[in-house]
Design a protein around this ligand. Sequence first.
Ligand SMILES: Cc1cc2nc3c(=O)[nH]c(=O)nc-3n(C[C@H](O)[C@H](O)[C@H](O)COP(=O)(O)OP(=O)(O)OC[C@H]3O[C@@H](n4cnc5c(N)ncnc54)[C@H](O)[C@@H]3O)c2cc1C
Length: 454
Amino acid sequence: MTDVDVVVVGAGLSGLTAARNLQQRGLSVRVFEALDRVGGRVRSATVAGAVVDLGGTFVGPGQDRILALADEVGVGRHPTHDSGDNLLLWRKDRRRYRGLVPPLGAAGLVDLVRVRSALERLSRTIPVGRPGDAPGAATLDAQTLGSWLAAKHACRGTHDLMAVVSRTSWGCEPSELSLLHALHYVAQAGGLDALLGTRGGAVERHFVEGAHAVAARVADGLGPGTVRLGTPVLRIDRAGDGVTVHTDDGPTTARRVIVAVPPALRRRIRFAPELPSAHRRLAQRWSPGILSKIYAVYDTPFWRGGGLSGMSISDEGPVFITFDTSPRDASRGVLLGFVGGDYARDWDAVGAAERRIRALSALADLFGDRALRPLGYTDHRWGEEDWLGGGPTAAPGPGASAGLHTRLTEPVGPIHWAGTETATRWAGHLDGAVSAGERAAREVTVALTLEAVR
Ligand SMILES: Cc1cc2nc3c(=O)[nH]c(=O)nc-3n(C[C@H](O)[C@H](O)[C@H](O)COP(=O)(O)OP(=O)(O)OC[C@H]3O[C@@H](n4cnc5c(N)ncnc54)[C@H](O)[C@@H]3O)c2cc1C
């Protein structure tokens, strides 16, 4: 007899979803969470009366799992504001444009379309969920997105725009990311437009009460005592079909464990006996990117008056892309800015006052001096989070995808894996976190049912 049927490690959306599904199937569950809050990479705050999401924010069509979960727990969405002109601050020149394609001049545009089409074509050759089975997988994996762009003779503008995509999607520079991983990521999201678009894409909507409301309500629904906060799992011993999970509060025995932490965080847990070597390599090589966020909240979305959407791309840094995430009634004007990849390495390292000055100056370069005087400001540096290590998701370097991707989900005896990186659709996103939790719960239920009839 074990203490519980299943232990879940990590109370991010993935672990919480797994726990919820297991309970719905009649199994007893305990969730251990290292932080003193649930939600992991999902965290909301209130700044000058406006709700802002410091981590996962946007959802879009096709993200059925997170949308269904949000509906079940009653958290509504509203559209991301995108009417008006977008801004491009590029090579010291500030231009307005509409739609997804920035105005790079005729030659620049031709080059962008050429390279982008080549990337999308190549991404369609990658079998979703099995990038290691793609034709020429090892060769694709040996390259970085950056070396591929160079081999394609992408012009500098195209390279720099792809860097914007890379920082937003993975929190890293193109030179740091396995090409195979980038291609697979694009394929499993259904293409670049789906990944990046406001209308019809992954940035289409955001949560009225903040994304954290979804995690908080799922956690509440698990019942008192199920989630143990501030309790990192330090060691997992496996023996036969069961596990003993060790925390500072002592051992907990279970028939199965679901580890729902980012791949690199698997290294913080001691497994006895050790995990197979490929599983260990995966944890070493799937480090997270770095993506930080800034929010400036104003009494009104003043940029709209000038015909601007609030969306912008800049090569000045540290803020390289912005969105308008104001509440629907525009009772506040909210600008969200991302600082990622190389920009984040510098900016994350300076003190709070200096970060604020640099971030607001970047907004002023885009939207004028009024941007310097917000009612409220906040930022969040995910690279500084001890139990998360970065974000938005893992950014495996060259050679880390082809031979290791299957180890993301391959159980090791009674140890199962969840977390957004293990998803086969919308991995790296809120939706992937939820579907991965559902998949792991199914996997465990089947294993326990088979065990019972043996
Ligand atoms: C800046 C940023 C912006 C993003 N924007 C978007 C977006 O707009 N749309 C979108 O869909 N996605 C976005 N994402 C990604 C999204 O937030 C994540 O994909 C999702 O939240 C991951 O959920 P998860 O449960 O898989 O992992 P996590 O949220 O990382 O949860 C893992 C949990 O495990 C805990 N943990 C780690 N080690 C241990 C241990 N040893 N013992 C116990 N607990 C442990 C951690 O503390 C954490 O709470 C963004 C992420 C970031 C950081």
